[in-house]
Design a protein around this ligand. Structure first.
Ligand SMILES: C[S@@+](CC[C@H](N)C(=O)[O-])C[C@H]1O[C@@H](n2cnc3c(N)ncnc32)[C@H](O)[C@@H]1O
Length: 259
């Protein structure tokens, strides 16, 4: 099936990639492994998004091992306890591919709930989808019970401990981390009523540790509402970041920023 070739795949700073079907593409949050569309179409849509990101200067190329990705997907479906998730199959593939391509030595994911959002990133470095040697892949979840479940899930596919989930406030973790952070994934919804407004706080706390060229991925760039706007304004300002692209391939969206 032919895919819409970048209907709105603007490139450059503060651009946007948008598929024609982004708001009709619906997953079941309670049944995230259900097939939503033919695999070829999912591969093509994500391939177009990666090409837009390459053209924007966010990633050096668009190649990733699609068979390893499917091994990762299968292991997560088999081993993870997921009460619900808003990570669609397209988003799962996109997150894996961005990590597989950029190969962060250290990745921090803030607000990982049951761990599905974390392993969609970390699965490029650990488990059956691993395609490079990572140093530390750190998921952070502020609710202890959820962090414990996420850690249990991750341990089932990563015996190495390179990927791990901390029960902590992501703001504290990025502030105290002594390693450079090569990729920061934002999904925390705050605990003081600020919702996704916490994204900008976390980024600013991490910024001094993030080398030029590192990536920041922010989930809910489409449906994050007013709270996420200050974050989007910040990363889309060329004075702050080298490039930022809103990748709209499902109703949630992912803002991909290169520092
Ligand atoms: C909405 S969930 C993310 C779910 C994810 N998008 C998915 O579809 O699987 C956001 C998580 O962030 C956590 N959280 C909120 N504030 C946090 C903080 N300051 N540090 C770490 N985790 C936080 C919440 O407890 C919650 O589990």
């Amino acid at each position: 099936m032919a895919h819409e070739a970048r209907e709105s795949g603007c490139v450059g700073v503060a651009g946007e990639f948008r598929t024609a079907d982004w708001d009709q593409y619906r997953m079941d949050y309670g049944d995230p492994h259900r097939v939503v569309e033919p695999l070829e179409r999912e591969v093509a849509v994500v391939g177009d998004a990666l090409e837009a990101l390459r053209a924007a200067g966010a990633i050096p190329h668009t190649e990733y091992d699609t068979a390893r990705f499917l091994a990762h997907r299968e292991a997560v479906a088999r081993e993870f306890e997921i009460p619900w998730t808003a990570i669609s199959p397209r988003m799962q593939r996109l997150l894996y591919a961005l990590n597989a391509i950029s190969q962060p030595r250290v990745m921090v994911a803030a607000g990982v709930f049951c761990g599905n959002t974390f392993i969609s990133n970390a699965g490029a470095g650990v488990g059956p989808g691993a395609c490079y040697q990572a140093h530390a892949l750190i998921g952070v979840e502020i609710k202890p019970d959820e962090a414990a479940r996420a850690e249990r899930n991750v341990r089932r596919i990563d015996p190495t401990g390179i990927a791990r989930v901390l029960a902590a406030d992501a703001l504290d973790v990025v502030a105290k981390l002594e390693e450079p952070i090569d990729l920061l994934y934002l999904d925390a919804d705050g605990h003081r009523g600020q919702g996704k407004g916490i994204y900008l706080e976390i980024l600013l706390a991490a910024l001094s540790k993030m080398p030029a060229g590192s990536l920041v991925l922010a989930h809910n760039s489409v449906n994050g509402g007013d709270p996420v706007q200050p974050y989007l304004d910040y990363v889309r300002n060329p004075a702050n970041c080298r490039a930022s692209l809103n990748v709209i391939l499902d109703p949630e969206g992912l803002e991909v920023t290169v520092l």
